[in-house]
Design a protein around this ligand. Structure first.
Ligand SMILES: *[C@@H]1O[C@H](CO)[C@@H](O)[C@H](O)[C@H]1NC(C)=O
Ligand SMILES: *[C@@H]1O[C@H](CO)[C@@H](O)[C@H](O)[C@H]1NC(C)=O
Ligand SMILES: *[C@@H]1O[C@H](CO)[C@@H](O)[C@H](O)[C@H]1NC(C)=O
Ligand SMILES: *[C@@H]1O[C@H](CO)[C@@H](O)[C@H](O)[C@H]1NC(C)=O
Length: 483
């Protein structure tokens, strides 16, 4: 009897938990030169009513801060670990033990998913993860079973939307990409057998970025695009059509009921002519309204489970995909909301900023007015500053696209100076630069001062400085840590 009652109670509790976390999720990436302290981010999540987060690894500080909050967590396994887990169930068990079990047991982190890899079948990866993803998925699932966690923690693989395509251009023509079709069917069957979900990242922005002829209105949710008619279904936006192409692909292969998670969806605010505050606001708010009624898509009526990409800007991300890559956040690097965005949770006047954020001093590094613009040291200084700082807000159609040549150089110098914590030695540039206390920001172009570095997880900070700022600064940090 007691057993029955407690089982019933557990069911009621888990049921109410499922209901309470049906809202929007967010991707929390940490590839920033100056990440906000995890506790600050978690407080921001709670104050904004964001009840689900997706991580790209198993960052210790982030997971600890998420403990005892009830926030649902998807923990990630980076692609470069797939080979090791594919080859060894023991390695997968060690990962589950250290990065899942410990956090659940010791700080009650509500881990619900493990994301095995991240878009491993992207064409740009040249098949690097084709043979390892599925065995790694199987071994991680075995490890979860061995740890007694498989009913609470489910596996998934976040995939790029290019794992499926339509031969007809209509959703009903959807099927898995020919070169990986058998592999996809194996993975989908495995997910289905183990109560997992299909996670897909959908990006109308990328379609617009890569295809000059893409109809802009079709990226948004205002219903202004010429609709696409597919049998009895009519599509007014790319999101629905893309999602339903997946639904058709699943259905055609016998998995029409597999749950779908939209692992990433969003719009960047800088670094490209289509990446700006107006479009990002329009897309993200449009998406929220689109899914808010729970009506779903023509092929899959019902609630849509989605994680916004992303929570906070990351100024250390690779810009290989494009300069927009560092500007996906609904919050800036300092936890300030970028535009009016209503999540429909706590505050109808927009997002609530991070609290207690400390900035460096209000000072900036600029080009000296007397500097010789055509001198020999100019070009190498700028390229040095941009390669180690962040110049992705410069260029056609960006927030600082209207600067003149001098403004560009100053922007580059300042970025390097701020990323290096305003060290005097980071504003030298062969005598071409100077420090000022007058904010040089103009119009949409913000010359930022950085936030104070967070030393809470010194191990990671040290590693980061070692990679990006060269040995001298990491030596200083090391010395500071020793002293
Ligand atoms: C736990 O996760 C971290 C971060 O992704 C990783 O560096 C570490 O190797 C993992 N630990 C084990 C035992 O696999
Ligand atoms: C993929 O192949 C192309 C062409 O051979 C090469 O340029 C690129 O660096 C490769 N990318 C990766 C991630 O291996
Ligand atoms: C600027 O540098 C160029 C290249 O070294 C030189 O030819 C030019 O005379 C310099 N201009 C001034 C005003 O010093
Ligand atoms: C400023 O820098 C951007 C990016 O490097 C470049 O595209 C642009 O032409 C520069 N503008 C001027 C006026 O030099």
């Amino acid at each position: 009897m007691g057993w029955l009652v407690s089982l019933g109670l557990a069911w009621v509790l888990s049921f109410s938990m499922v209901c309470s976390v049906s809202g929007i999720g967010a991707n929390w990436g940490t590839q920033a030169s100056h990440p906000l302290p995890p506790a600050t981010v978690v407080r921001m999540l709670r104050e904004n009513g964001i009840q689900k987060v997706k991580l790209f690894d198993a960052d210790y500080g982030a997971l600890r801060a998420l403990g005892r909050t009830g926030i649902e967590v998807m923990v990630g396994i980076p692609n470069d670990m797939l080979a090791s887990f594919a080859g060894s169930v023991k390695a997968a068990e060690r990962w589950v033990s250290k990065n899942v079990s410990t956090h659940i047991t010791s700080s009650n982190v509500n881990i619900r998913y493990v994301a095995v890899g991240n878009e491993p079948f992207l064409k740009t990866y040249n098949d690097s993860f084709i043979t390892t993803t599925y065995p790694a998925l199987q071994n991680v699932q075995s490890a979860l079973i061995r740890a007694g966690l498989s009913s609470q923690v489910k596996v998934t693989v976040p995939l790029n939307a290019d794992v499926y395509a339509s031969s007809t251009g209509l959703p009903s023509g959807g099927d898995f990409r020919a070169d990986i079709q058998q592999l996809m069917i194996q993975i989908v069957k495995f997910l289905s057998d183990n109560g997992g979900s299909f996670t897909v990242n959908i990006y109308p922005f990328i379609s617009l970025y890569t295809d000059a002829n893409f109809p802009v209105e079709y990226a948004f949710f205002d219903g202004n695009a010429s609709p696409i008619v597919d049998g009895s279904a009519t599509y007014y936006n790319m999101f629905d059509a893309n999602y339903d192409t997946l639904v058709w692909a699943l259905q055609k292969n016998g998995f029409g009921n597999l749950a779908i998670i939209v692992g990433e969806i969003g719009w960047p605010t800088d670094g490209d002519r289509n990446a700006n505050l107006v479009y990002a606001q329009r897309f993200n708010q449009g998406f929220m309204s689109h899914i808010s009624g729970g009506k779903g898509t023509p092929m899959r009526p019902g609630p849509i489970d989605a994680y916004l990409f992303s929570l906070i800007d990351e100024d250390a991300k690779s810009i290989e995909p494009g300069n927009f890559e560092r500007h996906w956040g609904i919050f800036g690097y300092d936890g300030k909301p970028k535009y009016l965005f209503n999540l429909g949770t706590t505050n109808s006047n927009g997002l609530i900023p991070a609290r207690g954020v400390n900035y460096l001093e209000p000072k900036w590094c600029l080009l000296k007015p007397s500097a010789n613009l055509t001198g020999d040291q100019m070009a190498p200084s700028v390229s040095y500053a941009c390669s180690r700082g962040d110049c992705t807000s410069l260029g056609y159609g960006t927030s600082c696209g209207n600067l003149d040549a001098e403004g560009n150089i100053s922007y580059a110098f300042n970025s390097y100076y701020q990323i290096n914590n305003q060290l005097d030695s980071a504003c030298k540039f062969s005598g071409l630069s100077m420090i000022t206390r007058t904010n040089p920001s103009v119009g949409t172009c913000r010359f930022n001062t950085m936030i104070q570095p967070y030393y809470g997880s010194a191990g990671r900070l040290h590693g980061y400085l070692g990679n990006v700022f060269g040995p001298s600064l990491s030596l200083i940090v090391l010395l500071l840590m020793i002293l």
